[in-house]
Design a protein around this ligand. Sequence first.
Ligand code: SF4
Length: 338
Amino acid sequence: MQENEKKVLLRIEDVKQYFPVKKTRFREKQRYVKANDGISMDIYEGETFGLVGESGCGKSTFGRTILQLYPQTHGAIRYQKDGEWIDLKAQDKESMRNLRRELQIIFQDPYSSLNPRMTVGQIIGEGLVSHGLFKRGDAGLKDYIVEIMEECGLPGYLFGRYPHQFSGGQRQRIGIARSLALHPRFVVCDEAVSALDVSIQSQILNLLRDLKEKENLTYLFITHDLSVVKYISDRIGVMYLGNMVEVSETEELFKNTMHPYTEALLSAIPTTDADDRKKERILLEGDIPSPVNPPSGCKFHTRCRYCQEICRQQTPELKDVGNGHRVACHFPLGKTEK
Ligand code: SF4
């Protein structure tokens, strides 16, 4: 499908999310953690958009900001519904509550996001009742919950069990069933498989893929694991210190990597392929700098092995270099002699 034929579900325009840092006796000037620092992008209906980057780069904040769990400091997030554009930040509490049924999240740690005093049936039923899809005690409610549980690979007879009676993978299935029972259109999967063993990870990834096809869902799939994102995503965005540094279709990103940060992340993926093993592993030196006081110019310049003088002074724009492949670098790999 051509880029211009795709239907945009969410349009994100120059979104900034700044959190104030507590003032101290020694620092009276108000400072901010710049968790998201001017992100613009579209998310297309029916795609899985993978978002990768090291911990602390602002990925989770971005997912939560889209859902208005934190209203953005600056910019706009528009959601397209029935041909109309809805500015999410401009919604009052009640309209946002109604929209939340369509805009869901699946968390990393299924255990802490499930109420230990509620049974699986109650956990899944709670959202259905609060969004008015069923009334408490409705005859069809239990049948519907059992149907959703089975669709998510949980036998229906476990309806009355409590979260602690399940394994980690099963608890993640409960979290998925709770979100999908509401028939959302868009789901943020926030490190949804990161806490699971590798064999369970692939089962949950396959479940998410199957459900996406069946329900025509759109995912924002947040992870620090590039192998996971390669497996599940149609497009990938690479984030560094609150900015998107490279965005592309998945195959293109792996074949034709253009940002030095993406190159370093890809070189660290463990591989069994003999040719890939011969490739140089690029070590990213130092920690990710502070988002309170990020480096000038290109924020990656303090760790980039291709850094030149201009990189310290001028911030590179995220530019389209063809076929929807966008990169924010003064010297994209494969495009310029360094
Ligand atoms: Fe490296 Fe310069 Fe590109 Fe930044 S702009 S990623 S410092 S080459």
